[in-house]
Design a protein around this ligand. Structure first.
Ligand code: DOR
Ligand code: ZN
Length: 429
């Protein structure tokens, strides 16, 4: 079947319409369209959004297929409403050559559930010493445009400057994991009253803010694009607001977990809440929500970080940082932004599809729901509420910080180029 007729969906929360998908594109949008051979999808009351795009996903393949594979992560993404995900470079081997990024890209094509867009490492082996083959990765079949040492900060300012100069030549962007390493040696959680009372080494807000301040100045000087990964502090939002007011080409992301959770979670000593950057304070969460609402923060990026049980279910200090995100990202955004009236559905589409696709220079994603456009879209039941059961997740890992939490919103269907990857809430392969 290469044609689907979606009946009565509400594009961006507007009036109900029928949407006809044919040969990978939106063929028509209107009232009471005739099915004529198309398979009918009843969508009365469902919100239609352009397929979500994640700029920050860890798929763990190659190297840690016990935690996630391109295929299992792609399935989690499709179930979360995504049609494209950027696969971070901190695999084993690191995605720092054309060969590795092409391998990841090819695995994504084979899985066929979302467009897997490889991110290239900025430095060889993520070591922060010399630049990787950025041009070769850009020219490869994977057409890399986003470069990041995520997990590590490009701490050397001269190297960061050179990376910005280099990617500018092919319209790439450096996505920085902003963490001044000298300020976070041994850090376990946000530095504040709670880290003091729990006796855990703190990760000060200034370690993030110092790098963002430095890098926006470098991006301005070079005239290149900078993207800031997982912004977590109120001060970072202020610096970004200032940089944007100067016209610096900087974009930024916030994770679902930083929009919802705080450092109070660490009081449980449950390592599922250990993440880098750490969960911050109520005041930071409020500033992040405000920054996402006013566009200072451009996008929601999941930082989906699957970890095997033996790496996560240990003492807090030994546990790896990171948490799952793909399958609950939209629900968390509905809970923290839509239900409180801080973002409407057009805003959700902008922050979770349009802007991330633009940053990654993806031509086929983040497009309007209009005739002639690629049929990448998601249907959401915004009224559904369910409690998160980690055992039911498609990810190969189980480190969800939302276990047992009731969240709004259910992805009913996801279409990638007109083909359903999710239907009735179930992955189609
Ligand atoms: O918590 C995190 N986990 N932060 C990162 O920067 C890396 C990620 C991972 O790869 O597990
Ligand atoms: Zn990171």
């Amino acid at each position: 079947m290469n044609a689907y007729l979606i009946k009565g969906a509400r594009p961006l929360g507007g009036d109900p319409v029928d949407i006809l998908l044919k040969d990978g594109r939106i063929a028509a949008i209107g009232d009471s369209l005739a099915a004529t051979g198309a398979e009918v999808v009843e969508a009365a009351g469902l919100i239609a959004l352009p397929g979500l795009v994640d700029l920050h996903t860890h798929l763990r393949e190659p190297g840690r297929e016990d935690a996630e594979t391109v295929e299992t992560g792609s399935r989690a993404a499709a179930l979360g409403g995504f049609t494209a995900v950027h696969a971070m470079a901190n695999t084993d081997p690191v995605a720092d050559t054309a060969g590795v990024v092409e391998q990841v890209w090819r695995l994504g094509q084979e899985a066929g559930l979302v467009d897997v867009v490889p991110v290239g490492a900025v430095t060889v082996g993520l070591k922060g010493e010399r630049l990787a083959e950025l041009g070769a990765m850009a020219d490869s079949a994977a057409r890399v445009r986003v470069f990041s040492d995520d997990g590590h900060c490009v701490a050397d300012p001269a190297l960061m400057r050179r990376a910005l100069e280099y990617v500018k030549a092919f319209d790439g962007v450096v996505a920085q994991h902003a963490e001044e390493p000298r300020l976070t040696v041994g850090a376990q959680m946000h530095e504040g009253d709670r880290s003091a009372s729990l006796g855990l080494t703190g990760w000060p807000a200034a370690a993030e803010e110092a790098i963002i301040a430095r890098d926006v100045l470098l991006a301005e000087h070079v005239g290149a694009r900078l993207h800031v990964c997982h912004v977590s502090t109120a001060g970072s939002v202020e610096i970004l607001r200032w940089a944007k007011s100067r016209g610096v080409q900087v974009t930024a992301e916030v994770t679902p977990h930083h929009l919802l959770l705080t450092d109070a979670c660490a009081e449980s000593y449950d390592p599922v809440f250990k993440v880098n950057p750490p969960l911050r304070t109520d005041a930071d969460v409020e500033a992040l929500r405000a920054g996402l609402a006013d566009g200072t923060i451009d996008v929601v990026g999941t930082d989906h970080a699957p970890h095997a049980v033996e790496d996560k279910e240990s003492e807090w200090a030994q546990a790896r940082p990171g948490m799952l995100g793909l399958e609950q990202a939209l629900s968390v955004v509905i809970e923290t932004m839509v239900e409180p009236g801080r973002l409407d559905w057009a805003g959700v589409a902008d922050r979770m599809s349009v802007r991330p696709a633009a940053i990654g220079r993806l031509a086929d994603h983040g497009r309007p729901l209009a005739p002639g456009e690629p049929a990448n879209l998601v249907l959401v039941d915004a009224t559904a509420r369910a409690s998160v059961d980690p055992a039911a997740l498609a990810s190969r890992s189980r480190n969800s910080p939302y276990a047992g939490r009731e969240l709004p919103g259910r992805v009913v269907a996801t279409f990638l180029r007109g083909v359903p990857t999710v239907l009735d809430g179930k992955a189609q392969k």
